[in-house]
Ligand binder design. Structure first.
Ligand SMILES: [Fe+2]
Ligand SMILES: [Fe+2]
Length: 403
C-alpha cells in the first residue's frame, strides 16, 4: 500500500472502536495481497481464489467447500515405461510404506510438562509481547505454545487434505505413465498424512483451528486451475516445500516423542513427493512450454513465494485469544520476530528456491526480484533430487553445488 494511504489508514484506526478497527485491519490486509501481485496474468489466475479465500472466507463458514476442477485425464493405452527415475521413485515408495496406526499412540502428551514440550519456550517472542504490555506467567506461556502448536498442526492437516486431492488430480492428468504409478503411492501417502495429523490433533491436543485464509486461497487456486503443471508447481514445489521446511523445523525442535516419530515418517514421504515434482516439471518445462508460458509460471512462483513468506501469521490464534489486547500490527510484529517462524522461513526457502532453479524458474529475469526481498542467498542450494530424507531430518545441505 502507498505510504500516504497507510498513514491515512493508521489515523483512521486510532479513532474507530475496536470491532470496526479489526474489520478495517482485515480489509487492509486483503487489499495488500492484491496490490502485492504485480503480474496481471498471476492476478487473473489467483484473483478469484483470493476473493473466495480472503474476502468471503469460504474456509471458515463451517460448511464443506466445493471447488470446480477442470483438468483433463490423460489415458495411455500402450502403458509405456517412459521415465526410469520416476519408476525408481515408485519402487522406493512401495518399499517405504508405513502404517499410521503403528505410531506410539499410547504416548501421553502432557502440556504441563516442559521436558516433553511440543514447542520450546523460545519458539515465541514473549519479550516482544511484554513490550506491548501482555505479560504471561509460566502456565499462560505453556498454554500459548500449546495453542501455537495446535494452530500449526491444523494448517499442516488442511494442507495435507489439499495435497491428497492435488495428488489424485495430477495422477490423472500427468502424461508420464511411470509418473501415474508413482502418483498412486503419493495419494496413499497423503491419505495417511491426513489420518495421522488429524488423529494427533483430535486425541492429543483436542483442538482444531480453521484453515488459514491464505492457505485456502492457494489451495483453491491449485484445485481450480485446469493446467496440471500449475497444480504440480503449486503443490509439489511450493506447498510441499513449505511443508518440508515446517515439518523439519518442528521435528528438530519438539521434545514430544510421538510427534517426533510422526514427523520423521511424514518427512520421508514428503522428500519423495518434492523429488517427483522436480523430475516431472524439469522435463515438462524444458520441452513442452513456450518462453511466454515459462515466464508466467516463473512470475506465479515468485508471487506465491511472497504470499507464503508474508502471510502465515496465525491470525486465527490472534482472533481467538489476543484481539482484545493487541492490534493486528502488534501481533504481526510479535509473530515475525518469533524464533520459530524465522527458523521455519529460512528452512522453507532453503528447500524451495533451489528446486525452482532446478526446474528452470529462476532465470536471470526473475533473480533480481528474489534478491530484492532477501532470498538471493538460497540460489545455490541443493535441489530435492540430490537430498535424502536423512539430510532433511538432519538439516544438512550438501548443497552447496560444487561449481
Ligand atoms: Fe503430505
Ligand atoms: Fe506430500
Amino acid at each position: 500500500m502507498s505510504s500516504t494511504a497507510s498513514a491515512l489508514l493508521g489515523r483512521v484506526m486510532d479513532i474507530v472502536p475496536d470491532g470496526v478497527r479489526r474489520r478495517l485491519d482485515t480489509f487492509a490486509d486483503t487489499l495488500e495481497v492484491f496490490i502485492q501481485i504485480r503480474d496481471p496474468r498471476v492476478l487473473a489466475a489467483m484473483g478469484p481464489s483470493a476473493v473466495r479465500g480472503l474476502v468471503l472466507q469460504r474456509g471458515k463458514q463451517g460448511a464443506p467447500s466445493r471447488m470446480g476442477a477442470h483438468h483433463a485425464a490423460h489415458f495411455d493405452w500402450t502403458y509405456p515405461s517412459d521415465h526410469p527415475a520416476m519408476r525408481d521413485l515408485y519402487e522406493r515408495a512401495k518399499a517405504g510404506q508405513w502404517n499410521g496406526s503403528d505410531l506410539p499412540w499410547a504416548t501421553e502428551v502432557d502440556l504441563e510438562r516442559p521436558d516433553v514440550g511440543i514447542l520450546p519456550d523460545d519458539f515465541l517472542a514473549f519479550d516482544v509481547l511484554e513490550g506491548y504490555g501482555v505479560r504471561l506467567d509460566a502456565r499462560e506461556r505453556r498454554r500459548m505454545l500449546h495453542d501455537a502448536a495446535a494452530w500449526t498442526l491444523s494448517q499442516f492437516l488442511h494442507g495435507e487434505q489439499g495435497a491428497l486431492y492435488a495428488a489424485a488430480q495430477v495422477t490423472e492428468a500427468v502424461q508420464f505413465f511411470d509418473g501415474k504409478l508413482y502418483g498412486a503411492t503419493q495419494v496413499v501417502d497423503e491419505g495417511r498424512h491426513v489420518e495421522v495429523f488429524h488423529r494427533y490433533l483430535d486425541t492429543k491436543l483436542q483442538k482444531l483451528y480453521q484453515v488459514n485464509d491464505n492457505l485456502f486461497t492457494i489451495l483453491d487456486a491449485l484445485m481450480t486451475d485446469g493446467r496440471w503443471d500449475m497444480k504440480f508447481l503449486g503443490m509439489q514445489i511450493m506447498v510441499e516445500g513449505l511443508a518440508l521446511g515446517a515439518f523439519g523445523t518442528i521435528h528438530r525442535m519438539t521434545k514430544e516423542p510421538l510427534l517426533k516419530a510422526l514427523l520423521r515418517n511424514v518427512i520421508q514421504d514428503e522428500a519423495r513427493h518434492v523429488h517427483y515434482g522436480v523430475l516431472a516439471l524439469r522435463e515438462h518445462f524444458r520441452t513442452a512450454l513456450s518462453e511466454r508460458e515459462r515466464q508466467e509460471r516463473e512470475a506465479w512462483a515468485f508471487e506465491t513465494a511472497l504470499l507464503m513468506r508474508n502471510r502465515f501469521l496465525a491470525f486465527e490464534l490472534y482472533e481467538e485469544s489476543y484481539a482484545h489486547r493487541l492490534t493486528r500490527t502488534q501481533w504481526k510484529d510479535f509473530v515475525v520476530r518469533s524464533k520459530g517462524l524465522s527458523t521455519f522461513r529460512d528452512v522453507m526457502f532453503r528447500r524451495m528456491v533451489p528446486n525452482l532453479r532446478e526446474i528452470g524458474l529462476l532465470s536471470d529475469r526473475v533473480r533480481p526480484h528474489y534478491e530484492a526481498v532477501g532470498l538471493g542467498q538460497y540460489f545455490e542450494g541443493a535441489a530435492a533430487d540430490r537430498l535424502t530424507a536423512q539430510m532433511i531430518l538432519d538439516d544438512l545441505d550438501p548443497g552447496a553445488r560444487a561449481d
